[in-house]
Design a protein around this ligand. Structure first.
Ligand SMILES: *Cc1c(COP(=O)(O)O)cnc(C)c1O
Length: 399
């Protein structure tokens, strides 16, 4: 089985039937160039050394694994551990793949990096990475998200990025992707579209996963060093699926480790206001790749919703779709309400304010801890910190 996982995706970018490059021929040429450049550069010592140096001294890796003793006592079951991606420079896991993509852009001699952003985390991380390597950066963001995620918008401007407000459609993440894509196709030779998750046409799902695999690699070592065994369950939230696939990949061959991806159930799975792609989606094509998607019977993507801007995306990374079908990863969901409860609980019990996205994973872990015995362990990937959400939550809850 491990061999099967190790070789994903195939040369055409397929994970089973998912992924690929479902794009016009001229764009396929551009994607193949990126893929070739990536495969070349990743083999070089210089690239790996530069990335590792940045991970250590710029991002602050390895991020710690923290035993959440108070939360564990409160839930009264399995011991809960937290992988602290929230402590990374810029506050989330996204810096891991942004630095990789910025270095690749530099290597390829690109003149501009384009990116979309939902919660603003990818925008800030990309603007940061571009400032560092000295490349112009253009960020596309829905106006609804711009309003909600004000601190991140300000940071992008300070970092020197150009902000493009997106007014089309639902004015959120999916439309920002479309807008960024339109700009990219104007000059694919000179621009790099740095995708914010493990989604899009090949090679992006693979490339973003590879850069995020540092999370799982560190976690395995750290967990074994302190507990002398692997965790019984690993939980991560799933938007496009980058923090989760980065955490899970290293553990795929370990059949004793239950892997759980948590999607946003929004106002409920029985309402249209959710973004639970794995739970409710059907097979379709979106943004240049095949995946499960929330769509109508004609294949038009449906409007999606989550209290966490970074999770409201109607598709999901192709490797996740494959892992769902083969039953290796279990996909669950948490509602806005459960997310808010977890947000407040983790803040008040452990003094850690999580991102609303990450709070979905915390919510599921809190539920699971009660069901699993005290001899079991759960590792939660805390993908980001909640500074960006603090004002929004305080208003929402009338604090
Ligand atoms: C963007 C974001 C996510 C969702 O993206 P994935 O690609 O699914 O990881 C989750 N958590 C945080 C903190 C984010 O910023």
């Amino acid at each position: 089985m491990s061999q099967q996982f190790g070789e994903m995706p195939d040369k055409a970018g397929y994970f089973g039937e998912y992924g690929g490059q479902i794009i016009p021929p001229e764009l396929k040429v551009a994607m193949d160039k990126i893929s070739d450049a990536y495969e070349t550069v990743r083999q070089t010592r210089a690239f790996q050394d530069e990335l590792q140096e940045l991970y250590t001294h710029y991002v602050g890796r390895p991020s710690p694994i923290y035993f959440a003793k108070k939360l564990t006592e409160r839930q009264g079951g399995a011991r809960i551990f937290i992988k602290r991606e929230d402590l990374n420079h810029t506050g989330a896991h996204k810096i891991n793949h942004c630095l990789g993509q910025a270095l690749l852009a530099k290597f390829m001699g690109k003149t501009k990096v384009i990116a979309e952003t939902g919660a603003g985390q990818h925008g800030v991380a990309m603007a940061t990475a571009c400032a560092l390597v000295g490349l112009p950066c253009e960020i596309h963001m829905g106006v609804i998200d711009i309003e909600k995620e004000h601190p991140n918008v300000t940071k992008m401007k300070i970092l020197g990025a150009t902000l493009i407000p997106v007014t089309r459609g639902t004015q959120t993440l999916k439309d920002a992707v479309d807008s960024a894509f339109d700009e990219y196709v104007k000059d694919p030779d000179n621009f790099l579209y740095a995708i914010g998750s493990a989604v899009g046409p090949h090679p992006f799902p693979k490339m973003v996963r590879d850069f995020q695999m540092i999370i799982g690699k560190e976690s395995r070592e750290q967990f074994l060093a302190r507990e002398k065994k692997l965790p019984d369950m690993i939980v991560a939230c799933v938007g496009g699926g980058s923090n989760s696939i980065g955490m899970f990949t290293e553990f795929l061959p370990d059949e004793s480790v239950r892997l759980v991806g948590v999607e946003p159930a929004g106002k409920g799975l029985d309402t249209p206001d959710n973004a639970a792609t794995m739970t409710l989606g059907t097979k379709g094509t979106l943004h240049g790749y095949k995946c499960y998607a929330l769509q109508d019977k004609d294949g038009n993507t449906l409007p999606v919703y989550s209290i966490a801007s970074g999770l409201d995306y109607p598709g999901v990374g192709p490797q996740h779709c494959y892992l769902k079908d083969m039953g290796r990863v279990q996909y669950e969901s948490a509602t806005d309400q459960e997310c808010l409860d977890a947000f407040i609980t983790l803040s008040r019990v452990e003094g850690i304010i999580p991102a609303l996205e990450s709070a979905h994973a915390v919510a599921y872990a809190m539920r699971a801890a009660k069901e699993l015995g005290k001899d079991k362990t759960i590792l939660v990937n805390l993908s980001g910190r909640g500074d960006k959400d603090a004002d929004f939550v305080a208003d929402y809850l009338n604090l």
